[in-house]
Ligand binder design. Structure first.
Ligand code: GDP
Ligand code: MG
Length: 179
């Protein structure tokens, strides 16, 4: 079998305010390590990793913003063809949680309406500096029909899970014919 053979290619998007840890989460998932200085990810468009779910090989193509989120200038092509989106906020920065509203409306208006959306509260390792409770965020996610989890790009906690959860949910939609 070819090293690069796969059954599905899924495009996933990382969105959320700048500084929430999107690039570190992606880097951790792709290279399994925490990257303190992510400045040089500027210019990076996406990273890929093949994962195995059930008996399928799934190629995840994960798109990261390269600073455009600061100006809210993501183009339609960023959203085109996406099967899933992970909206990231920082649990220690309430403003980034409030920012989730507008990311959600961008995702809902610019992407496929069947898109799977996961809300990710990052920096769970800094729980003592927390400004957004788990309960508040999980209620918000439920009200807006998103899945929810907290993760840490520093410790790696739930980083694999956030991408696998997204992929599994997309696959189950594909199997029941919704995509
Ligand atoms: P982006 O702008 O959303 O891509 O955010 P970055 O990935 O560049 O991260 C912004 C800052 O948060 C950097 O200084 C990272 O070192 C830090 N950071 C990212 N994830 C975590 C985390 O899970 N825990 C802690 N403590 N710091 C993090
Ligand atoms: Mg970044």
């Amino acid at each position: 079998m070819l090293a690069d053979a796969y059954d599905f290619l899924l495009k996933l998007l990382l969105v959320g305010d700048s500084g929430t840890g999107k690039s570190c989460l992606l880097h951790h998932f792709l290279e399994n390590q925490f990257k303190k200085d992510s400045v040089n990810t500027i210019g990076m468009e996406f990273g890929t990793r093949i994962v195995h779910i059930a008996d399928k090989s799934i190629k995840l193509q994960i798109w990261d913003t390269a600073g455009q989120e600061r100006f809210r200038s993501l183009t339609r092509s960023y959203f085109r063809g996406a099967a899933g989106a992970l909206i990231v906020y920082d649990i220690c920065n309430r403003e980034t949680f409030l920012g989730v509203h507008s990311w959600l409306s961008d995702v809902r208006s610019l992407a496929n309406p069947e898109l799977v959306i996961i809300l990710v509260g990052n920096k769970s390792d800094l729980a003592e500096e927390r400004e957004v409770s788990y309960l508040e965020a999980s209620r918000f996610a439920q009200e807006h029909e998103m899945m929810f989890l907290e993760a840490s790009a520093l410790t790696g906690d739930a980083v694999e899970e956030m991408f696998f959860k997204c992929a599994r949910s997309i696959l189950s939609k594909i199997e029941i014919g919704h995509i």
